[in-house]
Write a protein that binds this ligand. Structure first.
Ligand code: MLT
Length: 270
């Protein structure tokens, strides 16, 4: 049974997550921008019979408050590490999609011994280019002035694959809802955090746990060639390019993502 769970973290922010399932293996799911833990609904359902699943709302997203700490990948990572400590699992699979992947890299740098398998979905290790940084500043201004409704249609076109946009109205509706319901303050803080994030490329060769790199064939934000390059740098990493899916593979190709994550859950017990 799914349970909503909350805890109050450093800086007094109340953070929310969904906890489901049982067992001594845990799966921790970290969403992308500007989404929340609802993007993992198919995975919560599929994985909870096999492991304890925790899908978090990063601070400022979904039902989690922003709190007073400066926005950074380090702040996000420390929050997720605190959740992981609370789970007290014997072994943990950490899965992050896009911005969730950036958070996963930061967790790896801070607490590698807490991660026993890693899924990197629709993400990349690079820091923002100067061009991308300018884009973050512009989007921050737009959101500050006009709210999430000013960015929703452009974002939907960018994050969802053409197949999903044409054939999966329920996925389009959920992603639209998540974007529109993201608190502007949370989105602006995350833009600052992503703009300032470090390059994680140098960390890839040192990742020594089972890793799956997953990407939608129709992902135009982090296109498949970036995942190929990333997977090639991680010893033993498996690369999965999922057909008919864009940047939000967890929702656009849920069965294939579930299968890939279940394989990593199996690897936790090897
Ligand atoms: C995400 O889905 O989290 C974003 O596309 C990440 C980014 O903007 O770099």
């Amino acid at each position: 049974m799914d349970a909503e769970t909350t805890f109050r973290t450093r800086g007094g922010a109340r953070l929310a997550a969904t906890a489901a399932g049982e067992g001594d293996a845990a799966v921790v799911l970290v969403h992308g921008y500007p989404f929340d833990r609802r993007m993992w609904e198919p995975q919560i359902r599929a994985l909870s019979p096999r492991a304890r699943v925790l899908a978090v709302d990063l601070r400022g997203f979904g039902e989690s408050e922003s709190g007073d700490l400066p926005a950074s990948m380090g702040t996000f990572a420390d929050d997720v590490i605190a959740w992981m400590d609370g789970l007290d699992a014997r072994r943990t699979l950490l899965a992050g999609l896009s911005m969730g992947g950036y958070v996963a890299f930061e967790i790896w740098r801070r607490a590698p011994s807490k991660i026993h398998a890693l899924a990197l979905l629709d993400t990349k290790p690079d820091a923002d280019s100067p061009e991308a940084r300018k884009g973050r500043v512009k989007q921050r201004e737009t959101i500050g002035e006009a709210g999430m409704s000013a960015v929703v249609s452009g974002m939907l076109n960018a994050v969802l694959g053409a197949t999903t946009r044409e054939t999966r109205p329920e996925v389009v509706a959920l992603v639209r809802r998540m974007i529109l319901e993201t608190p502007p303050r949370g989105a602006m803080d995350a833009l600052d955090a992503m703009r300032a994030r470090p390059d994680s490329t140098g960390d890839l060769a040192g990742i020594r746990v089972p890793v799956s790199v997953i990407v939608g064939a129709e992902d135009t934000i982090t296109p498949p060639h970036l995942s190929e390059e990333m997977a090639a740098r991680i010893p033993g990493a498996r690369l999965l390019v999922l057909p008919k899916a864009g940047h939000v593979t967890a929702l656009e190709a849920p069965e294939l993502v579930n299968r890939a994550l279940l394989d990593l859950v199996d690897a936790l017990s090897e």
